[in-house]
Design a protein around this ligand. Structure first.
Ligand code: 7TS
Length: 411
């Protein structure tokens, strides 16, 4: 794969990359937690507030109509970005976490019974574990976990024994935020459907970094966050198959999600508004629309190609460092732009602190995947994560910083 991204040109689109940290140029290697924002996204939100803001779906006045057109226009762009059949299948939420909670507490409450099973993987983020544990407690359903092997790959042979007629839903991230593994979701979806189970894809890492086509995948739900894909915080998406969304009860009650209310009860609005109670995050939705335009302009295949090159180089450089243990697949073809590791027995927080003084931002801790860390037998790890603006030189700077940390700790 050869990158067709002009990284220098991409970097010029991100004003924050000009800043310095501890008097050093910023080396931002924490995009898996949240990506930086290009000028077009910042400007789209700024313009909206300066010229067009009013509440949506309410007024007949010009500003409200224009705001509604921008808000709904963004929904169409997002639908196209993931190849949804209809923009009615795009539900705005706050983030991936809220999208998964929406499914757990509407579909889950209505459909899970005692003894039913929800099958997750051992590498899921807390947001694709805890909502299922909560709804399982309420309904008597059981949560089970497909194992992940020592190299960070999903043990697909376990599908034979663990995927049964009791399984009602499989929840899996398309890309792990710790291991970086690109999961074999096509295979999981086929096998789950053959057993009559639905599949929810946690696309928090996958959608920003890999081409995504929900129709080709044939999954049932896809959750993702705007802030990890060049968009603002406070906006996320739940995509769901229309027939499923039609059947699901609403998540929250209030304004905008109703067709009619009497003192006795209410009738629900049509999709997607049935799931969007209250004044939504209007500017943020418009910002996310600008973000998907930006990513589509770069081309998601080019985004993936750049990250493939970047992770391949990072794996090569990091594995040269004595005492460094990489976590996750060593095959860049099966790994996104996430390099997680431990170094000697230096605590990841100390490491992140030393690197911060070099202007380098990485994440340290359990990355909201405590069960996976327990399985790996570690409490915490360090993670460098990459995106469209990451330069090879920044990997070199990371490696230099890690040698510096070793010298400080005399390792
Ligand atoms: N699922 C995965 C795979 C994630 O990586 C994250 C966030 C979430 C769900 C939750 O997304 P949110 O937008 O609702 O918070 N992951 C990370 C991370 O790796 N570091 O900080 C947040």
């Amino acid at each position: 794969m050869n990158s067709t991204l002009d990284v220098a040109k991409v970097r010029a689109d991100f004003p924050i990359l000009q800043r310095r940290v501890h008097d050093k140029p910023l080396v931002f290697l924490d995009s898996a937690a949240s990506s930086q924002k290009p000028t077009c996204v910042i400007e789209a939100m700024n313009d909206y507030y300066r010229t067009t803001h009013a509440n949506v779906h309410r007024g007949v006045h010009t500003l409200s109509e224009e705001a509604t057109a921008l808000y709904e226009g963004a929904r169409k762009k997002i639908a196209k970005f993931i190849n949804a059949k209809s923009s009615r299948e795009i539900i705005y939420t706050r983030n991936t976490t809220e999208s998964i909670n929406l499914v757990a507490f509407t579909w889950g409450r209505a459909n899970l019974r005692a003894g039913d099973e929800v099958l997750l993987t051992e590498s899921e983020h807390h947001s694709n574990i805890v909502p299922w544990q909560m709804v399982a407690k309420e309904t008597g359903a059981i949560v089970r976990y497909l194992p992940v092997d020592a190299h960070g790959y999903l043990d697909t042979s376990a599908l034979d024994s663990m995927l049964t007629s009791k399984t009602k839903l499989v929840g899996i991230a398309s890309m792990s935020n710790v291991l970086g593994t690109i999961m074999p979701i096509e295979q999981v979806i086929q096998r789950a459907h053959a057993m009559g189970a639905l599949v929810l894809i946690d696309g928090a890492q996958g959608v920003p970094h890999l081409p995504t086509d929900v129709q080709a995948l044939d999954c049932d739900f896809m959750a993702f966050s705007g802030h990890k894909m060049c968009g603002p915080t406070g906006i996320g998406v739940l995509w769901g198959r229309r027939d499923l969304l039609e059947e699901m009860p609403p998540f929250m009650g209030g304004g905008d999600m109703i067709r009619k209310v009497t003192f006795e009860g209410a009738e629900w609005n049509e999709l997607p508004w049935k799931f969007e109670a209250g004044t939504p995050a209007i500017a943020e939705a418009i910002g996310l629309g600008a973000a998907v335009d930006y990513l589509a302009g770069l081309g998601m295949s080019a985004v993936r190609a750049h990250e493939h090159e970047t992770i391949a180089y990072a794996l090569e450089r990091l594995s040269e460092i004595p005492g460094l243990t990489l976590i996750g697949p060593d095959d860049a073809n099966r790994r996104g732009g996430v390099a997680t590791f431990t170094l000697d027995n230096i605590h990841p927080h100390d490491l992140a602190d030393i690197l911060d003084h070099e202007g380098i931002a990485i994440r340290a801790g359990h990355h909201c995947a405590q069960p996976l860390h327990q399985k790996l037998g570690i409490v915490a790890s360090s993670r460098a994560s990459f995106y469209i603006y990451t330069l090879r030189e920044e990997i070199d700077q990371l490696v230099d910083g890690l040698y510096k940390a070793k010298a400080i700790f005399k390792r």
